[in-house]
Design a protein around this ligand. Structure first.
Ligand code: ZN
Length: 94
């Protein structure tokens, strides 16, 4: 027999592991811009559940440790995130 088996999956697949934010990191992120739209299949950064196209997705442009990042939320998760950010806020007086 010759030829590689089709089940061979030795090719490395890059995983977006570094893109996963912890809840603590999420709370430290500050949103700079946000807009709503239909879910594009990206997972919610709050509950980790994919935002389905039939759901409204909030896309948030944020800064974390000086680096820009894009977050995706369900509407309810965005509300919860904002509430947590305010609850754990550093008392910044805008
Ligand atoms: Zn969510």
């Amino acid at each position: 027999m010759k030829g590689p088996a089709p089940a061979d999956r030795s090719s490395p697949v890059p995983e977006p592991r570094s893109g996963r934010l912890t809840v603590t990191a999420l709370r430290r992120a500050t949103s700079t811009r946000m807009w709503g739209g239909k879910g594009c299949g990206a997972p919610c950064d709050y509950c980790r559940v994919t935002v389905s196209p039939s759901d409204i997705e909030y896309e948030v442009e944020a800064q974390l440790d000086g680096k820009p990042l894009t977050l995706h939320f369900h509407t309810r998760c965005h509300d919860a995130w904002r509430t947590e950010c305010e609850a754990t806020g550093t008392g910044a007086s805008a």
